[in-house]
Design a protein around this ligand. Structure first.
Ligand code: SF4
Ligand code: SF4
Length: 184
């Protein structure tokens, strides 16, 4: 804790480190469009993300829906150099509790009460069965084994991993075309 600092200086450093994950408290902001669906990405359970509690890259324990970055950089897509947050009045819970000088509150939120795609989409949304199909055909890889522990893969495992990646890309390409979605 930085006892010198007691208030936000609006420097934007936290917004340049990536968009936040959404929590159940944010559901109305998404449902009424204050946070646009097109600004969201999903990290599926088991996929890798930087965990602020451990400070390491590790598989997430729950599905996370996050505000996307600007593309080439980590900046949150709602961050604007001149205006800072372009959705300030509607910014999500994680941004409201973030105090860079005392991170206890934001760290307590990590992977707690988070929103998933199923909380956001209506039950009859045509994407719901697609999400289930994707999960069935392309389950999350064993990232812990392949990328964290860096276990030496056998030729058979390499082949299996390549096949999984190709199938996943094929699936995503089809869905992007069928539903006219953005790649993110
Ligand atoms: S919380 Fe800290 S890093 Fe974020 S804008 Fe305020 S002063 Fe900058
Ligand atoms: S939503 Fe706003 S406050 Fe939150 S990270 Fe993005 S720009 Fe910053």
């Amino acid at each position: 804790m930085n006892e010198q600092q007691v208030a936000c200086k609006k420097c934007g450093n936290c917004c340049r480190k990536g968009g936040p994950a959404l929590h159940t408290a944010d559901i109305d902001r998404v449902k009424n469009g204050e946070i646009a669906l097109s600004s969201l990405i999903t990290i599926r359970k088991g996929e890798l993300a930087h965990n602020p509690q451990s400070g390491k890259l590790q598989p997430v324990s729950v599905e996370l829906v996050k505000i996307v970055g600007t593309g080439r950089q980590w900046d949150c897509c709602y961050y604007d150099e001149s205006a800072c947050c372009t959705i300030y009045e509607h910014r999500p819970l994680a941004c409201r509790v973030l105090k860079c000088w005392d991170t206890s509150e934001i760290l307590a939120l990590v992977e707690k009460d988070t929103l998933s795609r199923f909380d956001i989409l209506e039950e009859d949304d045509p994407l719901v069965p697609v999400i289930h199909e994707h999960q069935r055909l392309c389950p999350s890889y064993d990232f812990q084994k392949y990328f964290i522990e860096k276990t030496e893969l056998t030729p058979a495992e390499k082949k299996k991993l390549e096949k999984m990646v190709r199938e996943d890309l094929r699936f995503r390409t089809r869905v992007i075309e069928d539903f006219q979605l953005k790649l993110s």
